[in-house]
Ligand binder design. Structure first.
Ligand code: FE2
Ligand code: FE2
Length: 304
């Protein structure tokens, strides 16, 4: 197969078995900037994380015997370990909110139905293509937060520490599913088709689930919060604006590879602080104050 693997960063895919012990008493209901709309937007994404992680793990596991490149196979195994821990900690986060009455269980079931339907309607090779596409979304999402660490500056510190651990590890393994797809399938038209399907589903699903959560929270008519969330998503410096302006479209280039955007140096500060202290909160703080980050974040998005 036409393998585009550049093996960058494989040696950095490190599964850290960390427990954040998030529960209903430690996660504020509006953990994102104390803002209902912004929190519901993120919750609608986070609700899909545990099942999404287990699905990508399953896709990689099932393709291990098809891989010709031993380094990709090894990276795939390390990837599975990382995603296993992510799913476990996000289960805790989602359960903490469910225990407070936020209906993330309904959103999770909705996501599972959509994912199951996609699986039934498409062949296994397309599963690998969609897996690579969804992992590109998570890696680019992480890249935006890594570029702007103060995005979570006004958010709950324990949640922010957990999310930055996840962002760092998503960055470490950002080429793995792409390389698995390239090695096992290697078809450019199928890669594009997988991203088109993932894109058609991603935003409508996230926004639809967000509106459902806001309806159940009786916050749909909270105009001030809605404005905050709109700016946060699609303002001049918003999350989706940055994502689609900087990271999304290169995926369609025939020569694209996730490490075309080599942002390993940006996560090094987190890793140094974590290795020195074993403390994700200190690692996030070190990252937040490290030189070289752009530091525009939520404040800039809301001020724009
Ligand atoms: Fe993950
Ligand atoms: Fe991932």
């Amino acid at each position: 197969m036409a393998l585009a693997n550049r093996s960058i960063g494989y040696d950095e895919v490190e599964a850290r078995d960390l427990r954040f012990n998030l529960d209903k008493d430690s996660v504020p209901r509006y953990w994102m900037n104390n803002d209902p709309w912004s929190t519901s937007f993120f919750n609608s994404i986070l609700a899909a994380v545990p099942d999404g992680e287990r699905w990508v793990m399953q896709c990689v596991r099932q393709s291990l015997t098809r891989l010709q490149d031993e380094s990709v196979r090894k990276a795939g195994i390390a990837f599975i370990k990382q995603e296993h821990y992510h799913a476990r900690e996000h289960d805790d986060m989602n359960n903490a909110l469910i225990a407070q009455g936020v209906p993330l269980d309904v959103v999770e079931r909705s996501f599972k139905r959509i994912r199951g339907t996609l699986e039934r309607l498409t062949p296994p090779d397309m599963h690998l293509s969609m897996m690579a596409a969804f992992e590109h979304f998570t890696a680019t999402f992480a890249a935006v937060f890594i570029d702007n660490p103060d995005m979570l500056d006004n958010s709950d510190k324990k949640v922010a520490a957990m999310l930055y651990w996840h962002f760092v590890e998503e960055t470490e393994h950002k080429s793995v599913t792409f390389d698995v797809f390239q090695d096992a399938v290697g078809s450019y038209p199928q890669r594009v088709a997988g991203m088109l399907i993932a894109s058609a589903i991603f935003l409508p699903m996230v926004e639809g689930h967000m509106l459902y959560l806001l309806y159940k929270e009786k916050q749909l008519l909270n105009w001030r919060s809605m404005l905050n969330c709109l700016k946060l998503q699609v303002g001049p410096k918003g999350l989706l604006t940055r994502l689609f302006a900087g990271h999304y479209f290169p995926y369609y280039l025939p020569s694209f590879h996730p490490w075309d955007d080599d942002n390993r140096s940006q996560i090094r500060k987190w890793k140094e602080a974590f290795n020195a202290t074993g403390d994700t909160a200190k690692a996030y703080e070190a990252f937040l104050h490290s030189a070289g980050t752009k530091g525009a974040g939520v404040k800039a998005a809301l001020a724009a």
